[in-house]
Write a protein that binds this ligand. Structure first.
Ligand code: DGL
Length: 274
């Protein structure tokens, strides 16, 4: 009876394999559950796409994960969180999956930043996330007086996807993007994109003294807290520590770099969302 009731998994979605860094931290903190990871590698990047497209892609991903029996989905992708989450929560879920939950990564990151900065916060993210204004809106909800400085870093994702984020070329690009933020004397910097966490050390070196808000651990702690506050959901989750990885484009790179990001070997399976 008891085992019959425990039938759901936790889903983690990203536009590519960057979200594996977030899944790694989630599993580090909550290893007991069963997880399904989906990376939409065939259609990355999301960061340059329209709101309508990001919503449609995200909706397909969420649907796939629900069909895999996920009760709760974390949109590890910041662009999906900034451009699709609201509509998913307000329109899609009530109509199609009223009992299930989809959570994003923006609010946890913003709360962490606001708690350690008095006046000045920097945000780096994809162009889409910057243009959405979602980080600004959420920060201002907590502290309307906070000064916020945003910078889109569109070249970081391809550098990371190519495994070139430690190259001298990546250093030059980083300086170009971060020099304006350095002048703004920010106290905290939100690494508002799945792929930036892996660059934390070098960004921290360049912006010495600035507190880095790296989403992995923050999102993991928030999920832990969420499950404690929602025992009715937690008690339905399967506890077998299994993880299945899916991608929409099975390339050697996904397996290789994905394993490096996740910290252990992964064997992704290819799926189609269309
Ligand atoms: N996953 C995206 C994000 O966190 C970055 C990659 C993309 O542009 O799709 O915003």
């Amino acid at each position: 009876m008891n085992s019959q009731r425990k039938k759901f998994k936790i889903g983690v979605f990203d536009s590519g394999f960057g979200g594996l860094i977030i899944l790694r931290d989630i599993i580090g903190s909550l290893p007991e559950y069963e997880y399904v990871y989906l990376g939409d590698s065939a259609r990355i990047p999301y960061g340059t796409r329209s709101q309508e497209t990001v919503f449609n892609f995200t909706k397909q991903a969420v649907e796939f994960l629900f069909k895999k029996n996920c009760f709760l989905i974390v949109l590890a992708c910041n662009t999906a969180s900034t451009k699709a989450l609201r509509k998913i929560q307000q329109e899609y879920l009530p109509k199609f999956y009223p009992d299930r939950r989809v959570l994003g990564v923006i609010i946890p990151a913003v709360e962490a930043a606001v708690s350690c900065a008095k006046e000045r916060i920097g945000v780096i993210a994809t162009q889409g996330s910057v243009d959405s204004g979602a980080f600004i809106k959420e920060i201002e909800k907590i502290n309307p007086k906070m000064k916020i400085f945003q910078q889109a870093c569109p070249l970081f994702v391809p550098f990371v996807e190519e495994g070139e984020h430690n190259s001298p070329a990546a250093d030059l690009i980083m300086e170009k993007y971060l020099a304006p933020l350095k002048k703004k004397k920010i106290e905290a910097l939100i690494l508002g994109c799945t792929h930036y966490g892996i660059m934390e050390k070098k960004i921290k070196r360049y912006l010495a003294g600035v507190k880095m808000i790296n989403e992995g651990k923050i999102v993991a702690a928030k999920l832990n807290d969420y499950l404690k506050r929602h025992p009715e959901i937690e008690k339905q989750l399967i506890r077998n520590s299994k993880i299945n990885f899916y991608t929409t484009d099975l390339t050697e790179k996904f397996g290789k770099l994905g394993s490096a990001f996740f910290g252990r070997k992964i064997k992704p399976q290819k799926v189609s969302l269309e």
